[in-house]
Design a protein around this ligand. Structure first.
Ligand SMILES: C[S@@+](CC[C@H](N)C(=O)[O-])C[C@H]1O[C@@H](n2cnc3c(N)ncnc32)[C@H](O)[C@@H]1O
Length: 307
């Protein structure tokens, strides 16, 4: 499946899920079907979601090439945040495990037409789900300078956010900013040369992508919903690619793993919260994988097991 997307930490993730014959897994981020394909190869069954119809069409085509997988997977175009509805519509009561491989696929970045890439040129788009209205073109051309600055600072952790937002507003007053190339050039002119951390537009593009796809809000709740559907001993594996995502994953799993979430200042527990998972571990890609696939460098895999 490497032509579409190279799955990250494939063995570590699927090993952690302890796939067995006939066991049922939720793959919330189907993408090019790398993790789903490996679960099927090991005898499991999968219910998968993706917001991107292109990913679904590709994976359906790929998976249909293995006759043995026939009838062992179901793919739904939906946001994994609707996991409870997706499972209920498919009459699924409980899961043996789940995987979320967050963010975007290599195909989405590499395909200039999708408008995610600061190094290529395409119309500013960045929608994972092309049926949704909000695109990067709308954000860049219609949000106020203050909104742009807040988004670029918060979601991109970009210290030059204010300057970038000002330059965007100045540039768009001359003519609408329609392409990734023009936006990348505007951002580049605001960030000092030689600054560490890759391409000067990387953080701004990340921020816009997160805003367009509303990637962070509801992520913690989705993890809780998935955990609520795991059988005892079932595992959830989540791969994140930047600190904002990882913080939510870490915090959510930590909260799910403790018996009380009361404010430390309270003398007795009033929350009645009970741990529902135990934390299994946090993993980073091996040096070998990082050398083979530089895009996996920032990945963090976290695994928890339902009590
Ligand atoms: C990193 S790729 C997954 C790659 C996949 N694991 C593989 O091995 O090919 C992330 C995929 O998840 C999808 N995605 C991201 N957020 C989503 C969400 N909230 N709901 C559904 N799909 C989502 C993206 O459209 C993209 O196709």
């Amino acid at each position: 499946m490497s032509d579409y997307h190279v799955p990250v930490m494939l063995c570590e993730t699927v090993d952690a899920l302890r796939v067995g014959t006939g066991k049922l897994f939720f793959d919330g981020t189907l993408g090019g079907g790398g993790h789903t394909g490996e679960i099927l190869r090991r005898g499991g069954r999968v219910i998968a979601t993706d917001r991107d119809m292109e990913a679904i069409d590709y994976s359906r085509m790929k998976l249909s090439q293995t006759a043995d997988y026939n009838g062992k997977y179901t793919i739904v175009k939906d946001n994994f945040k609707n996991v409870l509805e997706v499972l209920s519509a498919n009459e699924i009561e409980a899961l043996d495990g789940a995987v979320l491989d967050l963010g975007i696929s290599s195909h989405q970045v590499d395909e200039n037409l999708r408008g995610f890439s600061y190094s290529g040129n395409g119309l500013l788009d960045m929608r994972m789900d092309r049926d949704q209205y909000l695109s990067a073109m709308t954000v860049v051309n219609e949000y106020t300078e203050e909104e742009l600055s807040r988004i670029i600072y918060t979601y991109g952790e970009e210290r030059f956010a204010r300057k970038i937002a000002r330059s965007i507003v100045e540039a768009r007053s001359k003519s609408p900013i329609e392409t990734t190339k023009r936006l990348a050039e505007i951002v580049k002119s605001c960030v000092p040369e030689g600054k560490k951390g890759g391409h000067p537009a990387k953080k701004t593009f990340q921020a816009l992508r997160i805003e367009v796809n509303n990637e962070l809000s509801g992520l913690g709740e989705a993890i809780c919903d998935i955990v609520s559907k795991l059988k005892s001993g079932g595992r959830i594996a989540v791969i994140s690619f930047h600190s904002l995502e990882d913080r939510i994953v870490k915090q959510t799993l930590k909260t799910l793993s403790v018996d009380c979430v009361c404010d430390k200042s309270l003398p007795v527990c009033v929350c009645n919260h009970k741990a529902s998972v135990k934390l299994i571990g946090k993993y980073k890609p091996s040096a070998e994988e990082t050398a083979r696939n530089s895009r996996c460098k920032s990945a963090t895999l976290r695994v928890a097991e339902k009590l």
